[in-house]
Ligand binder design. Structure first.
Ligand SMILES: Cc1cc2nc3c(=O)[nH]c(=O)nc-3n(C[C@H](O)[C@H](O)[C@H](O)COP(=O)(O)O)c2cc1C
Length: 212
């Protein structure tokens, strides 16, 4: 598409409005971590809306290579304990003293509790269609981005965690042979007015080549 086409595509007010809206949502999405969540619930309908938007991600050959597990209530407590157990051998060596170690473990146990829910992200590879793994991971990543953008549109904080405990916890839920853990997606209410994290992006001109 050349610049003339772009202008003609955005020639109506409603197109401009939609263009502005999508840009605003994409650019205002931030990873918001559980430390900043307000410990408020969200409705099952809204969780389903977020997951339904995930399922509208593009997938090569329509494999829809994902499975989600919604974790709430006792599962948040379980994940806190899991994180503390996961890091215990590491922090036992690095903590300056027992008090600092106990404080770190307490922080980890409590960390997930303010989340409204956490969604386990599972790559479920297609058995019937041969698709390179990276394409299926790419499709799940598109699905996760749809979730994040939906959260932003509803003023919810979210982020994708792929650290050791997140990956291992999803495995502990029980995966099929054709499945892999892709970590956890946190969702929580936060005080958007009080939240001001500046994240810069490299000007896209520096990463774009135009060929005619
Ligand atoms: C695939 C993927 C995995 C990520 N894993 C983690 C993680 O394990 N822990 C974390 O703190 N943030 C994680 N993030 C969030 C990034 O740190 C964050 O997107 C980046 O700092 C840019 O900030 P922004 O999302 O607010 O724009 C992950 C993001 C992506 C896309």
């Amino acid at each position: 598409m050349n610049s003339y086409d772009t202008i003609s595509v955005l020639s109506t007010n409603s197109d401009l409005l939609r263009g502005n809206m999508i840009s605003e949502i994409i650019r205002s999405r931030r990873s918001i971590y559980a430390d900043d969540y307000l410990k408020k619930s969200i409705s099952e309908d809204l969780i389903l809306e977020i997951l339904t938007n995930a399922s509208w991600a593009p997938t090569h050959k329509m494999t829809e290579p994902w499975r989600f597990v919604v974790l709430q209530g006792k599962q948040l407590i379980n994940y806190g304990k899991f994180m503390a157990d996961y890091y215990l051998p590491i922090y036992s060596k690095t903590a300056p003293n027992q008090v600092a170690l106990a404080e770190k473990l307490r922080y980890l146990r409590n960390y997930p509790l303010p989340a409204s829910c956490i969604i386990a992200i599972i790559l479920n590879r297609s058995a019937s269609v041969t698709i390179p793994e990276w394409e299926e991971v790419a499709a799940v990543s598109c699905a996760v981005q749809n979730m994040a953008l939906t959260c932003t549109a509803y003023d919810l904080g979210s982020y994708w965690a792929t650290n050791g405990p997140a990956i291992e916890f999803v495995k502990s839920l029980g995966l099929l042979e054709n499945e892999q853990s892709l970590g956890l997606f946190f969702i929580g209410h936060y005080d958007a007015g009080a939240y001001d994290i500046e994240k810069k992006r490299t000007p896209i001109e520096q990463k774009t080549t135009w060929l005619n």
